[in-house]
Design a binder for this molecule. Structure first.
Ligand code: UDP
Length: 379
């Protein structure tokens, strides 16, 4: 029998498995998919390009401990992500910054607007667009309205099926107006991608005698909750269950399904060496997809063709597509809280991860969280 059963082999589950195994606990890791890595899964495709099958994953962190921890399992290629947005036929750097301002507006106007921003905000600071929109200053309002209309509104409507005002501010604050000239997408100290990809990183994490990995295994086929007990193969399981999947799925949807947003990932081969000027180009206002990512720009390789990915947001349906993003409306959060209360009643159940906690964790955040959970239980 195992000391610990873990459901899900994404970052949350893999870090927990690695840490527990390193401390001599036997771990059964159950994964529904045919691969480890969760949505970080990547592989070399038919064009010889390393592609992220569930959308672009760019690692960035200010957390040195997380960086060092992951560095045990991978080499890194330093990589600073830059994103352009296609606005009125022009590609502009985003987050919207002082360079963007000068690319869009005539020089004298751009200078006046820059001055308005610098009078109000410190250099190199971020201002959430919904906050800028509340400015009383005429010039700041002008910038806010421009960015809101051209960059945020329609992208967010496509991505979430909701207006920006109806989703949690933390989501739209991820891409603020940046009062500076640094046009990298992230400003963290450490920015890189695993040289040979995330899948190799995960394989190295999980290569331990104490970890038994079962792929292609739906937890519902081996585990279930009965009152405040966990049953494994119909027998009471007294060890710890670390669950990183969807709580509604664990509790048979008893409070209704938890909504997530999904994305249809459509890969295309283009017979050209280079398709676009940056790794990612966002299309806020046209087309049904939100962005195009060209993976060669993340993992350079010399090949005659290139692989691009178009992301088409859609509603999530269990068993049909992939749950990517929790949808943070008040109703959904209340429903999640009901599940979280049920989970808290089971003394040997621990929930961790983007799905299980219904939170928009970045990769470094979830590694941090898993390390913290491990530290809290290791005794
Ligand atoms: N966003 C936007 N326009 C953009 C980029 C982002 O309106 O060009 C908003 C949108 O609501 C999106 C959120 O900012 O869901 C977070 O974007 P991010 O690029 O961080 O999303 P992820 O890469 O996690 O999908």
């Amino acid at each position: 029998m195992f000391d610990v059963i873990i459901v899900g082999a994404g970052f949350a589950g893999a870090v927990m498995a690695e840490r527990l195994a390193a401390h001599d606990h036997s771990v059964l890791l159950i994964e529904r998919r045919f691969h480890v890595g969760g949505n970080c899964f990547d592989e070399i495709d038919g064009n010889g390009v390393l592609v992220h099958r569930y959308g672009p994953h760019l690692f960035h962190t200010d957390d040195e401990e997380v960086w060092r921890y992951l560095s045990r399992f991978t080499d890194w290629r330093v990589y600073h992500h830059r994103v352009l947005a296609m606005i009125d036929g022009q590609t502009l750097p985003i987050p919207f910054n002082l360079n963007t301002l000068h690319a869009v507006f005539p020089p004298s106007m751009a200078e006046r607007l820059e001055e308005a921003l610098l009078n109000r905000y410190d250099y190199n600071t971020k201002v959430p667009i919904l906050k800028l929109k509340q400015s009383t200053d005429k010039d700041l309002r002008f910038i806010a309205d421009f960015v809101y209309e051209k960059i945020f509104l329609h992208y967010t409507q496509k991505q979430w099926g909701l207006d920006p005002e109806n989703i949690e501010g933390a989501v739209t604050a991820r891409v603020p107006v940046f009062v500076g000239r640094d046009d990298r997408y992230f400003n963290d100290r450490f920015q890189a991608v695993p040289t040979k990809g995330y899948t190799q990183l995960f394989n190295r994490m999980l290569r331990r005698d104490k970890i038994k990995l079962m792929l292609n295994t739906d937890f519902n086929d081996v585990l279930r909750v009965d009152g405040d007990q966990i049953l494994f193969l119909d027998q009471p399981f007294e060890g710890k269950l670390i669950f990183t999947g969807q709580l509604d799925d664990l509790f048979n949807d008893q409070f209704g399904a938890l909504p997530y947003r999904s994305v249809d990932m459509k890969f295309e081969t283009v017979e050209t060496e280079s398709y676009q000027p940056a790794a990612t180009v966002n299309y806020p206002n046209n087309y049904d997809f939100t962005r195009i990512t060209e993976f060669k720009k993340i993992h350079p390789v010399k090949t005659p063709s290139t692989t691009i990915l178009k992301e088409y947001p859609q509603d999530y349906e269990r068993g049909v597509n992939t749950p990517y993003y929790p949808i943070f409306t008040d109703d959904n959060k209340a429903r999640f809280d009901q599940y979280a209360q049920k989970a808290a009643q089971i003394k040997n159940l621990i929930t961790v991860g983007r799905l299980a906690e219904y939170r928009y964790y970045d990769m470094d955040d979830i590694v941090r969280r898993a390390l913290d959970v491990f530290n809290s239980i290791k005794g």
